[in-house]
Design a protein around this ligand. Structure first.
Ligand code: SAH
Length: 227
């Protein structure tokens, strides 16, 4: 009986998700046309059902290439930007252990779970942290650990990381992020204020941290403390 119930549940989930799969494939095609090249990223985006990370009332928009509200004045980032950041993150040397700052609804976390062996995520808003955990639970990722906390401090108990991926903008990366990176490590983050931000990659060159700007972006600000 229990077995039959599980089968019914799985079957219904699949039936409900079928139209979304077509929309998701179309979105991935659009991302490829807009210049996302890394097949690993495109494949992960084909796998992760973005509609399961937004409110039911917004699901019909889940595969539009736009940011959407997730409550608490925060947003799930635009798919194109998420894909772009993941491409920058996965460029050689391929990172094994990644820290994500600003987990939000957990969508990007799910993509990371498909792409790297070890994922650590920090979110400062407790309600979103709980939401992300609930959203991720059905996928049973064994390689994801989440913490409620202020990501400006990094995650010292799990450091060092090969890469840090940040989903909220600040003027300058906190020293803790550099301190918690391997020498070959990198930070992929939006840098700037409310008026202008650039997607930026920080890496060491000849022992110095160097910032390379990629493209203009618009993110919510990195906020201190927890709530
Ligand atoms: N990747 C997320 C994007 C969420 S928006 C998604 O796909 O849903 C950015 C998130 O960063 C918000 O949830 C916000 O609460 C969080 N954030 C902002 N400042 C933070 C900080 N100092 N530490 C941890 N999370 C922070």
């Amino acid at each position: 009986m229990a077995h039959q119930l599980r089968w019914q549940e799985a079957n219904e989930t699949e039936r409900g998700d079928a139209p979304f799969r077509r929309q998701r494939d179309a979105l991935v095609q659009q991302l490829a046309a807009e210049g996302i090249r890394d097949p690993r990223v495109l494949d992960a985006m084909r796998q992760v059902p973005r509609h399961r990370f937004v409110d039911a009332a917004l699901q019909y928009q889940a595969y539009a290439n736009v940011a959407l509200p997730i409550g608490h004045r925060q947003t799930i980032s635009q798919p194109y930007i998420v894909a772009r950041m993941l491409e920058l993150l996965l460029a050689p040397p391929q990172p094994n252990k990644v820290l994500e700052i600003g987990v939000g609804c957990g969508y990007q976390t799910a993509l990371l779970a498909h792409l790297v062996p070890e994922v650590f995520g920090v979110e400062r808003i407790q309600a979103l942290f709980e939401q992300a955990k609930a959203n991720l639970r059905p996928f049973r990722f064994a390689n994801v650990r989440l913490k409620w906390g202020d990501g400006a401090a990094g995650l010292p108990e799990a450091a060092p990381f090969d890469a840090i991926l940040v989903a909220a903008a600040c003027a300058k990366p906190p020293a803790a992020w550099f301190e918690q990176l391997e020498p070959h490590g990198r930070i992929v983050a939006p840098m700037g204020d409310e008026t202008a931000q650039w997607l930026t990659v920080w890496q060491q060159k000849n022992g110095q941290w160097v910032a390379e700007t990629v493209e203009p972006v618009r993110f919510v600000p990195l906020v201190a403390g927890v709530e």
